[in-house]
Design a protein around this ligand. Structure first.
Ligand SMILES: *Cc1c(COP(=O)(O)O)cnc(C)c1O
Length: 374
């Protein structure tokens, strides 16, 4: 059994993928070729956002967004410690300081109440609050009505880290359209993945879009060798765009299949026991189920479940075994265990089971039966 089955997906689109790859090799415009533009137009229309700007990875998408706001030394950016390192890494890479805010243990996303409190009680003399990066963990959007209101009140920007949530919805709007700038990743294991690295920024703001497009190509001005600002080489390969066009054709159907698989898991696992926390289906939210994650009673219980699954050939994963404030890379921030208790507790209890659009009903039954037995 696969944790994420990309082979079955490929079978259904193999011919189209081959055709599109051959077309790119034929026209030879490997950098920012016509497929890149076509993909940007299609994903802008899908998300309902004015500008979609492709880039080299999800990490670059967040980096470009922060650079577009001129984030640098002396700036503070609020985010969650219960996420992939990339979210906070780019803040530090620019010389700014990540300010962690604990999560809501039911959604695993930044807790808006704690966020507001962290902003109101901010007292780092040498730092200036600039913005917020909210993360849509496991494909479930954060609570942007509250987050955007808090940000507006305190004159902060909001970046949506939608690396895991492309295809999700929040009160009728698509993920990556929920903040000032939305960022996503096309890493192969993400809901919409390519055959390598890729990413995209989304924004309705013409000025920000112009700056991101320039930053993506070494800060270029009107002419290629006219450099207006310090930028990066952050472009998406035409070949990856071509592959994404193939995959995007079946993506809306895959989103439905993911939703169905998640509902099936919830039905099969919801036996009324209180030592397991299943993912929530909340009004106004539609997760894209990048992961289906469960909280076990404690870390020992989690190990027993994972071992039982492994013994029967079912792969599992832990996202994330250590919150960012306790990572060595962020030791310079001076955090200690206990600083963000919800993130720490989730790290100790969480595990994810196979989730992809091609899950077989029998496999889901088998997985649920093993978990229900432990
Ligand atoms: C995957 C991921 C990223 C980084 O995306 P890459 O394309 O791997 O650079 C950023 N944030 C989150 C939450 C992710 O899951």
């Amino acid at each position: 059994m696969q944790f994420i089955d990309l082979k079955t997906q490929l079978k259904s689109i193999a011919e189209d993928v081959q055709k599109r790859i051959a077309a790119v090799i034929d026209h030879g415009q490997f950098i920012m070729g016509p497929e890149t533009k076509e993909l940007e137009q299609k994903l802008a229309a899908y998300t309902g956002v004015k500008h979609a700007i492709s880039c080299a990875s999800g990490t670059d998408a967040i980096l470009l967004a922060l650079m577009a706001y001129g984030v640098g030394p002396g700036d503070a950016v609020f985010t969650t410690p219960f996420t992939f390192i990339a979210t906070a890494e780019v803040i530090s890479l620019l010389g700014a300081t990540p300010i962690f805010v604990d999560i809501d243990p039911h959604t695993y996303n930044i807790d808006p109440t704690k966020l507001e409190s962290a902003i109101v009680h901010f007292n780092h003399q040498s730092l200036q609050p600039k913005g917020i990066i909210a993360v849509d963990l496991f494909g479930l959007p954060a609570d942007y009505h509250l987050i955007n209101d808090i940000a507006a009140k305190h004159h902060l920007f909001v970046i949506e880290d939608g690396a895991q949530s492309f295809g999700a919805e929040y009160h009728g709007k698509k993920a990556c359209s929920l903040a000032d700038i939305g960022c996503t990743s096309f890493f192969p294991a993400k809901p919409l993945g390519c055959f390598g690295d890729g990413g995209m920024c989304f924004t309705d703001d013409d000025t920000l879009a112009g700056v991101i497009k320039s930053l993506r190509v070494h800060g270029a001005g009107a002419h290629k060798y006219d450099n207006e600002r310090i930028g990066i080489n952050g472009r998406l390969d035409t070949l990856q765009a071509a592959i994404l066009l193939s995959k995007f054709a079946i993506f809306p159907d895959e989103v439905e299949k993911r939703d169905k698989a998640a509902r099936t898991y919830n039905d099969l696992l919801n036996s009324g026991r209180t030592d397991l926390s299943l993912p929530l289906f909340m009004n106004g939210y539609r997760s894209v189920w990048a992961q289906y994650s469960i909280l076990a009673g404690n870390s020992e219980h989690r190990s027993r479940i994972q071992e039982a699954l492994k013994a029967e050939g079912v792969p599992t994963a832990i996202y994330y075994p250590r919150p960012l404030h306790l990572q060595k890379a962020f030791s310079f921030l001076g955090h200690k265990p206990g600083d963000f208790p919800c993130s720490e507790e989730c790290s100790n209890r969480i595990f994810s089971i196979p989730m992809h659009p091609y899950l077989e009903a029998d496999d889901q039954k088998k997985i649920a039966a093993i978990i229900n037995r432990i």
